[in-house]
Ligand binder design. Structure first.
Ligand SMILES: CC1=C(CCC(=O)O)c2cc3nc(cc4[nH]c(cc5[nH]c(cc1n2)c(C)c5CCC(=O)O)c(CCC(=O)O)c4C)C(CCC(=O)O)=C3C
Ligand SMILES: [Fe+2]
Length: 343
């Protein structure tokens, strides 16, 4: 697919054995001022799963689905995969691409929204990896945040409907939808998007989350009431992060008479550790303690619409076609040098 000669999936990475856990956490938190107690606590989440994060397996599944879809639709691009924090590391993959003679690649991150962690960090890591590889490194163009692409929305709608079906029948109609995304420091949220786009408090990140929640709830139908909640807060307690935390919101809802919730992990593309631990263990326990019926919708994963979206985004970028999206938000400008800048 001209002008590209390769496709690259970039993800977060996760440990795949007990001995990987601490080195992985050190990679993630280098220079980030995360308290030691928080690190020890998060390490325990991984040890509970034998030191294996589900994220790499989920990337392998997605890669297999993308390869099959490319083949079926005659998209003649070799498919590569590199992670920011664990093997296969992005730098090693970029070196391999250079050895294979790749000159210009199109890249997709497993991250749908605009903010430093979800967007700028990927751009920075691409440039770091290219610099480490040297002059033979290919050019790598990162596909824009895709939060409102129909291929991201449709799987969330399908999976929310499936989760509602799993609730006891008498609790379905009154069920509340909780849209859960990764919390970030409020300063990071406020600086998300491009400065000239003039987002107010919460920046592009919160505006995008509001739009996605609305788009999904509308399509799910049934008049379910819904909330935006946040999970996986880290950092020192003195630093403000986006709220409400999902567990606090569950307490309030139970006190107000809510009987059932469906949690939609709309901040993520797969059911990785932050979903499996923070939602399926922690939030579920909170709900059980409060007597709330609880179901968790699946993340997009390898939903056919999501896999198709990858090909459509590659084509959009290759053709310089207009951005496809279901919201009226502009998204980060293509090739922007100063969006999502503040860490
Ligand atoms: C916005 C966002 C996404 C979504 C976008 C995206 O997907 O990129 C995301 C994804 C993920 N975050 C992950 C893991 C972790 N994130 C941490 C820490 C942090 N995340 C942050 C933000 C985000 N994180 C922030 C602002 C921090 C504080 C430190 C810093 O400023 O960077 C820490 C350190 C310990 C802790 O404090 O929790 C860990 C272990 C995994 C892998 C899960 C697995 O292994 O399956 C995934 C997919
Ligand atoms: Fe994170």
């Amino acid at each position: 697919m001209r002008p590209y000669d390769a496709f690259l999936l970039i993800s977060f990475g996760g440990p795949e054995a007990e001995d990987d856990v601490i080195p992985f956490l050190e990679n993630v938190t280098r220079g980030r001022g995360i308290p030691r107690e928080r690190l020890a606590e998060v390490g325990e989440h991984y040890f509970l799963f034998g030191g294996v994060s589900p994220i790499n397996g989920q990337c392998r599944d997605l890669l297999a689905a993308i390869r099959a879809d490319f083949t079926e639709h005659e998209v003649d691009l070799p498919v590569y995969w590199g992670n920011r924090f664990w093997a296969p590391m992005l730098t090693d993959t970029v070196r391999k691409m250079a050895e294979d003679g790749v000159r210009r690649a199109v890249a997709l991150s497993t991250s749908a929204y605009s903010n430093y962690s979800s967007h700028r960090a990927y751009l920075d890591d691409i440039e770091r990896a290219r610099a480490e590889v040297g002059p033979d490194a290919p050019e790598i163009e990162l596909i824009r945040p895709f939060f409102d692409h129909p291929g991201f929305i449709e799987p969330l709608v399908d999976h929310t409907l499936q989760a509602l079906e799993r609730l006891p029948e008498d609790k379905r109609t009154g069920a509340r939808l909780l849209f859960s995304a990764h919390s970030v420091p409020t300063a990071m949220a406020d600086a998300s998007g491009a400065p000239e786009q003039g987002y107010g408090t919460g920046g592009a990140y919160v505006a995008q989350l509001e739009e996605v929640a609305r788009l999904v709830a509308e399509r799910v139908g049934g008049g379910h009431r819904y909330d935006l909640v946040y999970q996986s807060r880290s950092g020192p307690p003195s630093q403000p992060w986006l709220e409400p935390d999902i567990n606090d919101r569950l307490e309030e809802l139970a006190a107000d008479g809510t009987e059932a919730v469906v949690v939609v992990p709309y901040g993520f593309v797969s059911d990785h550790m932050e979903v499996k631990y923070d939602l399926d263990n922690e939030a579920r326990q909170t709900a059980e303690k409060l007597g709330l019926a609880f179901e968790r919708a699946l993340a997009p994963g390898t939903h056919p619409a999501f896999v198709r979206m990858v090909r459509e985004l590659v084509a959009e970028r290759a053709q310089g076609a207009e951005r496809v999206g279901l919201s009226t938000l502009p998204g980060c400008p293509e090739g922007s040098a100063d969006c999502c800048a503040q860490r």
